[in-house]
Each structure stands twice: as structure tokens, then as C-alpha cells.
Design a protein around this ligand. Structure first.
Ligand SMILES: O=C(O)CCC(=O)C(=O)O
Length: 297
């Protein structure tokens, strides 16, 4: 399905960040800074194809309306749509994740993050670990794949460089106008001031990766042009456990650990796939009804 020219090793995909781009230094970069960005995954044309898949899904799921910032329709579409099942298994993505998590890992979730042009929608500073309800979070990361242009003007991700090394931080719950985080969980600005902030603009088909403890945010889409569409794919080593028993999609290795196996959709929108998707989303939401993770836990 994908155009895979050249080497798929992380060193070959990385165009930015490290001077010496051997795998070892790139992995070291991630350990030290908590993110990697500018990774070429798919061609612009392939990203456009995925965008069509998303557009069609959105009209199916939301009766022609826009998907809402916190809508459950955003979740786990790799269990419903064959093309998204391919994306979460993209050989380039799996190669990078394997470098960082080792050979056995699952997709424990995926979600669409859409920012409409000219709106106040944004993500406040936060760590993904705060309501993840998984342990240990050191072996959990997010791959954020740009499906449309994600420039600074479109509200790309911003990383507080090295903040993952502080472990779990206290967040305030302050839902505010346009905050796309369901509980408005926010790390105070005084804390962010301690770090260099790195923007991660991406072209369609490029990806960034961040550690589950890395503090990150994104501003609003100030363009009047286009929506910013990103697919966040959440990977965890199979040794990671949910606070409650949960299902996940095994994408590398043989042993699922404590996770229950999620089926790969054979046909998009089939009765079977709709039921599996529905069940997995409900169980995902149930498992996330937790209180905030304790600092440094
Ligand atoms: O899409 C965004 O701007 C932020 C998403 C985010 O915080 C995440 O994927 O972890």
C-alpha cells in the first residue's frame, strides 16, 4: 500500500534535530529531550488519501457535522477502517517505535485531533500520562502524524524540551474557552518557563513522537485556510498494564501481555468492525474515568 523508497531505519527518515543521525544518537536524543520531530512517514499524496478516508468517516459518524473536540468518534478508528489499521502498522512508524520501545508493543489507542481554521481551539500544557491509567508510563509514547499542514500558524505541537525527566507533574483542572482537553488539565506556566520550548511544525505525511511524560501543548489555528488534522497513535510496550483490564492492538511481537486482543477490521464499516470498534471505545472510556495521576508516580 505504501511507497517505501530507501532505508526505513530511523536514521534515514530523520531530516532534522541531530547532526550525527545514527540510530544510537537519535534514540539518545529522545531519551534526553523527550521527543523527535520531522520524521518522514508517507508521501503527501498518501496523506491526502488518508484525509479522504477521514472525511468520509466524519460524515458517516457525525451526520455531516464536524467531529467535536472531545467527541468519542475521534477514538480508535484503526478498529473500524482498514486504511487506518494500515496506518498504525506503517512499516516506517513501527521501525521508529521499535527503536524506542523494543520489539513487543501494542497500539492502546488512536485519536483524531482536528483544529478548525480561525477558532480558539488549543491544547493547554499537559502530560499524556495524567489520565492514561497505565503503568509504567516510561514505556508509553505518542506518534502524532500530520494528515494536513501543521505549521506554527495551523497550531502545531510545542514541546517543553526535557520535561519528561521530571516524571508525573501536578496539573490543575481548568477547562477554558477552546481548551480541547476534556478536563482542561494544565501544568502551570511558571513551570513551563523553566524549559526551552520547541515547536514541531509538520508537513502532511510527517510525524513527531513524544514521551508520555513530556509536557506539550499547541496553539490555535490562526489561518483562515484549512483545518489542521492529526492522527495521534498511542503505543505502549506489551509489558505496560492498564489499571483495569483493557484491550489493545498487537502490532509488533507475539505476546500481548495482560492486554485483550483487538481484532483487525477486514472491511471498513462492516457489522463486525462496527461492533468491535464500539466495544473497544466504551471500554477505553470506562478505563479513563480515573482521578489525576499523582506527581512523580
Ligand atoms: O493535536 C494537538 O495539538 C495536541 C494533541 C496532544 O496533546 C497529543 O496528541 O498528545
Amino acid at each position: 500500500m505504501w511507497i517505501l523508497e530507501g532505508d526505513i531505519a530511523l536514521s534515514a527518515m530523520l531530516k532534522t534535530e541531530t547532526q550525527d543521525s545514527s540510530v544510537e544518537t537519535t534514540v539518545d536524543f529522545f531519551r534526553k529531550h523527550g521527543y523527535i520531530t520531522g520524521i518522514d512517514i508517507m508521501t503527501q499524496q498518501e496523506a491526502e488519501e488518508i484525509r479522504k478516508v477521514f472525511d468520509e468517516y466524519e460524515s458517516w459518524a457525525c451526520n455531516g457535522e464536524s467531529i467535536s473536540a472531545n467527541g468519542n468518534e475521534r477514538l480508535k478508528t484503526h478498529l473500524l477502517l482498514t486504511q487506518i489499521a494500515e496506518v498504525v502498522r506503517h512499516p516506517r512508524i513501527l521501525a521508529v517505535v521499535e527503536d524506542l520501545l523494543g520489539p513487543e508493543f501494542v497500539v492502546w489507542s488512536s485519536d483524531w485531533n482536528i483544529k478548525n481554521a480561525g477558532t480558539a481551539d488549543h491544547f493547554s500544557w499537559h502530560q499524556d500520562s495524567t489520565y492514561a491509567a497505565l503503568r509504567p508510563m516510561e514505556h508509553v509514547l505518542t506518534c502524532w502524524l500530520a494528515i494536513s499542514e501543521a505549521s506554527e500558524e495551523h497550531g502545531c505541537l510545542r514541546f517543553a524540551d526535557g520535561s519528561h525527566l521530571c516524571g508525573q507533574l501536578m496539573h490543575h483542572e481548568q477547562p477554558g474557552a477552546g481548551n480541547m482537553l476534556s478536563r482542561g488539565q494544565t501544568v502551570p506556566d511558571e513551570y513551563i518557563d523553566k524549559f526551552r520550548v520547541k515547536s514541531a511544525p509538520l508537513r502532511p505525511g510527517q510525524m513527531s513522537i513524544h514521551h508520555s511524560h513530556l509536557v506539550h501543548s499547541s496553539g490555535h489555528n490562526s489561518t483562515q485556510e484549512d483545518r489542521r488534522i492529526g492522527l495521534a497513535i498511542r503505543y505502549a510496550a506489551t509489558a505496560v498494564k492498564g489499571f483495569k483490564p483493557e484491550s489493545a492492538t498487537l502490532v509488533s511481537g507475539e505476546d500481548l501481555g495482560s492486554w485483550k486482543r483487538e481484532p483487525r477490521p477486514r472491511f471498513s464499516y462492516s457489522e463486525e468492525a462496527v461492533a468491535a470498534h464500539d466495544q473497544a471505545v466504551k471500554s477505553f472510556i470506562r478505563a479513563r474515568r480515573i482521578t489525576m495521576a499523582k506527581p512523580n508516580s
